[in-house]
Design a protein around this ligand. Sequence first.
Ligand SMILES: Nc1ncnc2c1ncn2[C@@H]1O[C@H](COP(=O)(O)OP(=O)(O)O)[C@@H](O)[C@H]1O
Ligand SMILES: [Mg+2]
Length: 248
Amino acid sequence: MVKNLQKVFFPGTENEKHILKNVSLKVYDGDFISVIGNNGAGKSTLLNTIAGTLSADAGKIVLDNHNMVKRPVSYRARWMSRVFQDPKMGTAGDLSVAENLVLAQDHTNTFSLRRFRRVDRWNRYQELLKTLNMGLENRLETQVKYLSGGQRQALSLLMATLSKPKLLLLDEHTAALDPKTSRDVMDITREIVTHEGLTTMMITHKMSDALKYGNRLIMVQDGQIKLDVRGEEKQNLKSEDLVKLFQD
Ligand SMILES: Nc1ncnc2c1ncn2[C@@H]1O[C@H](COP(=O)(O)OP(=O)(O)O)[C@@H](O)[C@H]1O
Ligand SMILES: [Mg+2]
């Protein structure tokens, strides 16, 4: 739950900009929310403020009855995971696929890298990678820098969701991929999110993806939530409706 969240850039100067204006959003368990809005509307600022990479100037961010708003990113990371637009952000290029998965699974346990060959883990990773349908199950020992953008982003998703976060934050995570790969990664996203029942906020610049994926859609405009629809109301929404709202 986000309550009366405010973010001001350059406060007290002539460049003062109110980016989040009293944003409140009740997120329900299992919600898969598509977030759309014009460039500069405040979408990334909203996600960054929730994740803690930006500090809020006012308001609350409550997850599992904990108010996170004053907590550092590292604390919030126990509850939240993120995937960014740049496939390089979520993975370590010089480490192998398996090593990346180990790090994602036990980021608190620095000794486990040496033990990643444990057969049970190896098999589990192979099973998990197989579900991505990207041929990664045979490339556990490949350094991640040699993977394609789509493979790397699919791996980022798997890593972000391995420890079942309470909240998954996706910021245009398919925007850097070609159209076909973008579709594949979106379908993987839906598969993981629904299979694990993950509560998810996904920013996308593609209206068609916002309409197609998720049970709920919000539109951010000028630092406020302009539209918030869910369920049937979302299913009945057409791209014309969104275009019209964008123009208002
Ligand atoms: N760190 C920052 N410092 C100053 N202004 C920023 C910063 N980050 C974003 N902004 C500004 O805040 C506004 C909203 O940005 P952002 O949340 O990234 O928009 P969106 O993701 O919806 O495109 C933009 O006008 C942007 O220039
Ligand atoms: Mg953005």
